[in-house]
Design a protein around this ligand. Structure first.
Ligand SMILES: [Zn+2]
Length: 409
């Protein structure tokens, strides 16, 4: 029997300090075209229902900026660390005639995201997308979550919250209200995407950390159940499942080991969007934390925190941690311009990072790169080195020599 299927959506959300933001996804096709996936895991024949033994999965971008395409390429490729396949990305211009793309991606601004599950996308009109990504203008974090989730669908994965052994039950009426408020889902759409349980064969065990799991507020559950938080990375379960569907890249033990290693690393240096926590030991031996941009090195440590919780809180509030790569580049340009204006005071200035100056004060330690120097370039007014640009500025503005000119000797 022919099974025609289609699915779904991503929902992604960002938790900020005091509220939860849900970004919704909608169906673009009639609910009537949906049928239950009856195929299970992972006999060789059934794997063919996804991409089988195909080692190359060709992806065509139907539109989108280079920056956006690069983000998708980088993020989606996280799946191929565990599954034995490689994505090759093309634009319409670079696509050779002999290649029929397996996944066709269209970008939207402010719209829903969805994808056909597995090879089901092969059955639709070759001019139509098999995946819609409503990620234009979103933060990098949000883009990342959506891309991982939708490519999970494209690789054949179903929603983790539709596992038959999920650890909670919904209050139907409250869920329907939530579906309508947040996603504009009809009851049928809500049933299809959230409420309905899929056959157990489509999963390993229930995995609440899966990237394929929606987040939910506490109010939609029946009985006591806290809110289900947002998952923004591939869980151990996601990695094992994709390795089972596309075997040959990494063994189970290797994946478990690799995952544990990453978890240990995360415990040491937590990331958020463009930012990463860094630990350092203060002169008196106290453990200190700060954060810095992952993508570029020329952000100084803004503030130093005494606990990991405090630094994470600071990161959440920091705008540039949430920017996508294009916004980040603009932010950096503006920051540089702003600093250039601020850097001069009286007879002194604080040279910007990377700026060559004719005097040398020996701020070689990359953790303390800023100093205050004479604008006349032949004398150093204050030769201490500072961690922050702002610290150096404040020293400069308090300095008698900077205000009144060089009065040494
Ligand atoms: Zn989904």
């Amino acid at each position: 029997m022919k099974i025609s299927i289609f699915f779904f959506l991503a929902l992604s959300l960002m938790i900020s300090c005091s509220r939860v933001i849900y970004r919704n996804t909608l169906f673009e096709h009639s609910i009537k075209t949906f049928k239950v996936i009856k195929k299970g895991l992972p006999s060789r024949k059934k794997r063919t229902a996804r991409y089988g033994n195909k080692k190359i999965i060709n992806v065509l971008f139907l539109n989108g900026s280079k920056v956006l395409q690069k983000t998708v390429d980088e993020v989606a490729s996280e799946w191929q660390d565990f599954g034995n396949f490689n994505f090759i990305f093309y634009t319409k211009r670079s696509l050779p005639q002999r290649i029929a793309p397996d996944i066709r991606v269209r970008f939207h601004r402010g719209r829903s995201s969805d994808s056909y599950v597995g090879r089901k996308g092969h059955r639709i009109n070759k001019n139509l997308p098999t995946m819609n990504l409503g990620i234009i203008g979103d933060s990098y974090i949000s883009q990342r979550e959506t891309v991982l989730h939708e490519f999970g669908h494209a690789l054949g994965l179903n929603h983790a919250h539709q596992h038959p052994q999920r650890s909670f039950s919904f209050n139907k009426n409250k869920l329907y209200a939530h579906c309508w408020d947040r996603f504009n889902y009809s009851k049928k759409q809500c049933n299809w995407n959230i409420l309905k349980k899929n056959p157990i064969k489509n999963y390993l065990s229930y995995d609440e950390d899966s990237i394929m799991h929606y987040s939910f507020p506490a109010k939609v559950f029946s009985g006591w159940h806290g809110k289900h938080p947002n998952n923004s990375s591939l869980s151990l379960g996601d990695k094992l499942l994709i390795a089972k569907l596309y075997p040959g890249r990494m063994g189970e033990d290797e994946i478990r080991q690799d995952h544990q290693g990453k978890m240990n690393w995360v415990a040491k240096a937590k990331e958020l969007g463009n930012c990463r926590v860094r630990g350092s030991v203060d002169t008196d031996g106290t453990q200190m934390y700060s954060y810095k941009s992952i993508t570029k090195d020329d952000f100084d440590h803004r503030y130093v925190y005494s606990s990991k919780e405090a630094v994470l809180h600071g990161m959440f509030k920091e705008k540039y941690c949430h920017l996508n790569s294009h916004e980040l580049a603009t932010y950096q340009r503006n920051l540089k311009r702003e600093r250039k204006q601020k850097s001069v005071y009286g007879y002194c200035r604080v040279p910007l990072l990377g700026e060559s100056v004719s005097y040398h004060v020996g701020c070689d330690n990359p953790k303390y790169p800023y100093h205050v120097g004479s604008i006349k370039r032949d004398r150093v007014v204050v030769s201490q080195c500072y961690q922050n640009f702002e610290q150096a500025l404040s020293v400069m503005k308090k300095s008698y020599q900077c205000r009144n000119g060089l009065a040494y000797n």
